[in-house]
Design a binder for this molecule. Structure first.
Ligand code: M6R
Length: 365
């Protein structure tokens, strides 16, 4: 049931404040502010020195954010592969203490095969899954549920932000277990995570502004998405979302890679979506934005009030999000990217919930 919404995708975008909060509750005791694991998992992170993360599509971009979280907050080294590569890569897994898989459906063939591969190699396994009776949930040693509820739209939205929430809370949990995060810091970080539902809701309020922007985007045939640090995976996810449902060719890049090739694509017809909260990467991203502007690229800047006040270029379509601690930016900045893809697709008249050539769950290799 789509409720009052025209598409499942939009309904699912609007559900995010609620389901992100629910998912947080599975990993944080909201009365004490302490991280915890759900009953279906018993991972002792104090003994985990190296992890292997693997997933497909949007789950892979969530895992990419997860790697930044685990490395930053728990100092756990993370290997990361798309599942279709992990299963065949013949990577030695002897020093991997935990293999973590991320899947909305829990049925993705390559992710399941990767899980089985890790088990066969004797590695402890955990899965962040949204469907708790799925094959991956049954077969993983530890199950870490996202509580997004059923996701119908082929383009993943609420499952993604719930995966990010689970990963953020787990990284804090791991940091505490490894003595990298003090009890006081744990409380501060979980208090921050509790701000996510409100901030996601604020981001949703930008919809009409993004709808305007989508009218312009719908006239384009290509788009670039750039981000650094925590925002790099978001650039990839924003591009994936746009291409899946609007069929506009889009590429996501680490902003620092611009000079190594993609800058050749920039002319005055190229929209460049830049994900740039005023975090520790901001100054570096700003100089990349200036390089794009100097070549006539049309900049769409997702930033906050401080980032906007920095006036890094004369002309940019700027979308101002609330200021927030860094750990929350991937979750909150996902929203305008989803809305941009959604409204561009609506403008173009494509089948938003059932885009051509795609299946909700890819159960064959
Ligand atoms: O169910 P899963 O999370 O394992 O699915 C993985 C991908 O197939 C999925 O994320 C796909 O990329 C989505 N269509 C993205 O919007």
């Amino acid at each position: 049931d789509k409720g009052n919404h025209r598409h499942f995708m939009l309904k699912e975008i609007y559900e995010q404040p609620e389901v992100v909060g629910h998912t947080l509750g599975a990993f944080v005791d909201l009365t004490t502010g302490r991280t915890r694991l759900p009953a279906s998992a018993s991972i002792d992170f104090s003994t985990v020195g190296r992890m292997a993360l693997s997933a497909c599509g949007t789950g892979y971009y969530a895992a990419l954010v997860g790697r930044y979280y685990f490395e930053r907050y728990a100092r756990i080294a993370c290997d990361l592969d798309v599942a279709s590569e992990f299963r065949y890569r013949e990577s030695p897994l002897d020093d991997v203490d935990l293999a973590l898989f991320v899947s909305q459906s829990g049925e993705t063939a390559d992710t399941l095969a990767s899980l089985r591969h890790a088990k066969a190699e004797g590695v402890d396994t955990a899965a962040i899954v949204n469907v708790d009776e799925s094959t991956i949930a049954r077969e993983a040693a530890h199950v870490l549920p996202t509580l997004a509820g059923p996701e119908i739209g082929v383009a993943s939205t609420k499952a993604f932000t719930c995966q990010l929430m689970a990963l953020a809370a787990l990284a804090i949990r791991a940091g505490v277990a490894k003595g990298r995060i003090s009890p006081a810091q744990e409380l501060e970080l979980t208090r921050t995570l509790q701000e996510a539902p409100r901030l996601v809701n604020e981001a949703i309020k930008l919809e009409s502004q993004i709808e305007q922007l989508a009218r312009e985007m719908a006239t384009k045939s290509h788009a670039l998405f750039l981000g650094r640090g925590f925002s790099f995976p978001l650039a990839m996810e924003g591009a994936l979302k746009l291409k899946e449902i609007s069929y506009i060719h889009a590429e996501g890049y680490a902003a620092g890679e611009l000079k190594h090739g993609p800058i050749a694509l920039i002319d005055d017809t190229m929209p460049v979506v830049v994900i740039a909260p005023h975090d520790r990467s901001f100054e570096k991203t700003a100089s990349n934005v200036q390089e794009v502007a100097a070549r006539g690229g049309k900049i769409i800047l997702l930033t906050d009030a401080r980032g906007a006040a920095a006036r890094i270029v004369d002309e940019a379509y700027t979308i101002v999000l609330p200021e927030m601690p860094e750990i929350l930016t991937p979750i909150v900045y996902a929203i305008p990217l989803q809305l941009l893809a959604y409204h561009t697709a609506v403008q173009m008249g494509t089948d938003v919930d059932q885009p051509r050539n795609l299946a909700k769950s890819v159960t064959v290799e």
